[in-house]
Design a protein. Structure first.
Length: 103
């Protein structure tokens, strides 16, 4: 769904069982920046279109940096308390903070 828009649409949306993921994806060689407005769209999308508990909805920023993918989960608490930074970034040396564990 990647395209500039005022609508709250993520670049990629995925669903598995009762889990929903909204991704903002960037492709670069060393770092990727995510403006607050793009991150806000992820939460608006999840909030408006999926009437399920927040613990089942994930807003993820993702960067494809050369041959490496890095994923970071963004906090619902930060969005609800209007504490999202003006920009978030992923640098190729970062480690992602998003893990899905098999239960």
């Amino acid at each position: 769904m990647s395209a500039p828009s005022l609508s709250p649409l993520p670049d990629v949306m995925a669903q598995k069982n009762n889990l929903v993921f909204a991704f903002e994806v960037k492709n670069s060689s060393y770092f990727a920046y995510y403006p607050k407005s793009q991150i806000d769209k992820l939460f608006r999308f999840l909030d408006e279109f999926f009437p399920i508990p927040q613990e089942n909805k994930y807003a993820i920023i993702a960067a494809h940096l050369k041959k490496k993918w890095i994923f970071k989960r963004v906090s619902w608490k930060d969005w609800e308390n209007d504490k999202l930074p003006e920009k978030m970034r992923i640098i190729r040396t970062n480690r992602g903070n998003f893990k899905i564990e098999k239960t």
